[in-house]
Ligand binder design. Structure first.
Ligand code: AMP
Ligand code: ZN
Ligand code: FE
Ligand code: FE
Length: 284
C-alpha cells in the first residue's frame, strides 16, 4: 500500500505563457513530481497555459482549476487580483485578456524607448522574438529584464528592476492597467471567484482597508515564504467576512528562487469549493 500523502493544491504559479520559466506541461509535471494533488496556473493576464496544461494534468491525475492573475490599479496603486473557477473560454475573460495584451504592448514600447534614451542597445523586436520562442502570450518587465541580462547590461533580475524597471527605476513606466473595480466586475460576469493576491505585499494599511470594501470573494492568506503569524492576520480578516482563504507559492522558476512550488497551498476542502464552481462553469 502506498503511504497516504495529504492533499495539497498550490493555487498561484506562472508558466512561460507569462513570465515563468517552465512551460505549462513542465509545470504540471513538476507539480505531480513534488506530490501536489491540485494546481491552478495563474499567469499574468492570460489563460493560454490551460490548452496544454489540462490534457497533461488529466494524463498524470493532477486536479486543476482555472486561474489567472490580473494586474489592476486601485486609485493609482498597483494591485494584483487572482481569479479562479471561471469558464476558461468565457468571452468576458477572453476579451479582457486581449485588452491586457494591447495595453502591455503600449507600455513595453514606452519602456524600450526610455531604455534606448539611457543608451541601451535594445529593440522591442528582440523582446518579441524571445517572447515568441517561449510562446509567451503576455509580455512584461521580466522579459525586458531577461534581455538586459542576456546582453550583459545587468547582472541579475533584481538589479534590472532596482535600477531601471521597478517603481523607483530610471525607466519605470506605470502603464494603464484597468481598475480593480472593473476587474472584479469582469470576474463576476464569468461566475468566477475574485481574490486579493498577496495582501502581505501591499505597502499601506490604509490601501488594504479601502480594498476590503470591494466585493471580493476571498484573500490569498497563505503566500510564498511568509510566516504563520503573518498569514494569520489575513486568515482572521477573511474569517470575519466569511471569505475564502486561498494560498500559493507564486512560483516562477529559478528567476524567483524564494518562491518554491508547493511552499504554500490549500487543503482539499478549500480546493473542492473552487473545483465545484469550476466544473459547474465548464459543464463537466
Ligand atoms: P509586469 O507584469 O510587467 O508589471 O511585471 C511584474 C512582474 O515582474 C511580477 O509579477 C514579478 O514576476 C516581476 N517582478 C516585479 N518586481 C520584481 C523584482 N524586484 N525582481 C524581480 N522580479 C520582479
Ligand atoms: Zn510574475
Ligand atoms: Fe502578483
Ligand atoms: Fe504571481
Amino acid at each position: 500500500m502506498s503511504p497516504m500523502i495529504p492533499f495539497r493544491a498550490d493555487l498561484h504559479c506562472h508558466s512561460t505563457c507569462s513570465d515563468g520559466l517552465l512551460t505549462p506541461q513542465e509545470l504540471v509535471q513538476y507539480a505531480k513530481q513534488i506530490g501536489l494533488s491540485g494546481l491552478s496556473i495563474t499567469d499574468h493576464d492570460t489563460v493560454a497555459a490551460y490548452k496544454e496544461a489540462i490534457p497533461k494534468a488529466l494524463e498524470l491525475g493532477l486536479k486543476m482549476i482555472s486561474g489567472i492573475e490580473f494586474s489592476t490599479l486601485f486609485a493609482d496603486i498597483p494591485i494584483h487580483v487572482l481569479a479562479y473557477s471561471f469558464q476558461l473560454d468565457h468571452p468576458s475573460i477572453q476579451n479582457y485578456c486581449q485588452k491586457h495584451i494591447e495595453r502591455r504592448h503600449t507600455r513595453n514600447l514606452a519602456i524600450v524607448a526610455k531604455l534606448q534614451q539611457q543608451g541601451f542597445n535594445i529593440t522591442y523586436d528582440e523582446i518579441l522574438q524571445n517572447a515568441a520562442q517561449r510562446a509567451s502570450q503576455t509580455i512584461g518587465r521580466p522579459h525586458i529584464a531577461m534581455l538586459m541580462m542576456e546582453k550583459g547590461y545587468v547582472d541579475s533580475m533584481q538589479n534590472a528592476f532596482k535600477k531601471y524597471l521597478g517603481e523607483k527605476g530610471l525607466c519605470y513606466v506605470p502603464g494603464t492597467p484597468f481598475s480593480t473595480e472593473e476587474t472584479l466586475q469582469t470576474i463576476h460576469a464569468t461566475n468566477g471567484f475574485a481574490i486579493i493576491a498577496h495582501p502581505h505585499l501591499i505597502p499601506k494599511s490604509s490601501t488594504v482597508k479601502r480594498l476590503l470594501n470591494l466585493p471580493f470573494d476571498g484573500i490569498e492568506a497563505y503566500y510564498a515564504s511568509f510566516s504563520a503569524d503573518e498569514n494569520n492576520k489575513w486568515v482572521k480578516i477573511a474569517q470575519e467576512r466569511n471569505w475564502l482563504m486561498t494560498g500559493g507559492s507564486d512560483f516562477h522558476g529559478s528567476i524567483k528562487p524564494i518562491n518554491q512550488l508547493g511552499s504554500c497551498f490549500v487543503n482539499e476542502e478549500t480546493f473542492q469549493i473552487l473545483a465545484k464552481r469550476f466544473h459547474e462553469n465548464e459543464n463537466i
